[in-house]
Design a protein around this ligand. Sequence first.
Ligand SMILES: [Zn+2]
Length: 411
Amino acid sequence: MSGAVPPLPTRGDAVLTNLRLVDGVDPEPQDGLAIVVRDGVVEALVPAAEVSGEALDLGGAHVMPGLINMHTHFSLSLPGAGGDAVSALDPHELALYMADGARRTLLSGVTTVRCVAEKSGADFALRRAIEAGHVPGPRIFTAGKALCCTGGHGHDADDTLECDGADAFARGVRSQVKAGADLIKLMISGGIAGENEQITTPQLTRDEMAAAISTAHAWGRKVTAHAGPAAIIAEAVELGLDCVEHGYELTPAVAQLMAEHGVALVPTLVVTRAGAFFDDLGVPRWMQERSLNAGLRHLESYRHALDAGVEVLLGSDMPPFWDFEGTSAVVRELEHMQAGGLAASDVIRAATAGPARWLDADDRVGTIQPGRFADLIAMPDDPTAGMAALRGIHFVMKGGVVVRDDERLAR
Ligand SMILES: [Zn+2]
């Protein structure tokens, strides 16, 4: 016998049967197929009748690609007691706290995240630890620290880097690329969580945005921007911005401009509907009011984007796994995206294949097709009939390794 204890498996073999496949490509569920997984990757989709030998019977559940959440912060610290406790963690405690968030994020059905501002470089360590099988978690694409101006949005936490002037923004981009960033995040306007600003406060000059965007592009990194007001979004889009976060106050004309330039929107609708979450964290009254007061305009903005044909992508901003209004924050966001006017099959695309394409990772994640990682989730009800089906997620697989299986656990 051996006493050796291996790290967590990051790639597995499996055959999944007795399922309805929502592959992220075909808008309709497909019956009668089995998923053959070899070394973490979908090897083939075969007629279930052809399967012999050991297989995982999913009991007729709907299987769809794992969720890709394009706006997460494992080290989020909002104003208030909850956030202060996170800010007070030393670097070692912070890394462990983020690892716990990564594990819970994966178990909630999110198999890939895009981190858009994390503290003290811990996201790079977390990404390496997950890849090595030291801790469980989703695949991570990260911006490192976000770049803001002095006193700009998020300046009061360690997940931003204050820069002023074009040279400093170029240096800021290079510093995050050097640390390992997959993309760049800019804070180009005020937001909900900044005491000295309004959502409508423009914060970067044209020269600063141009320097950051052109430097990032030269290094092969896309750029996304925390942004509220339409005018500064229009300016950034003309300069080559690749994605807008929140977009609280889009107009039809600026939504049209985004669509023409192929700029995606991560609407994060829950952040202006998150009273219970803010209460959990002891968020001060002024921030709660600013958030909830922005809710109607935010939804109108989302509708302008849909009407103009802007590609919208899933992003919760809140911790995806957070127990929120009877489900998780990420499922609540999906429900808001559907209720706001996006058809269920399009919401599924916005949570899987769409983000994968933005991340230039659609050859690896985002659909259930041969050659892609076997990152998938299962639930009894049909997600193409409505996002509420995702409240029933009971099975999560990442890279062919079952990380959650409530049914078998219950037996
Ligand atoms: Zn955020």
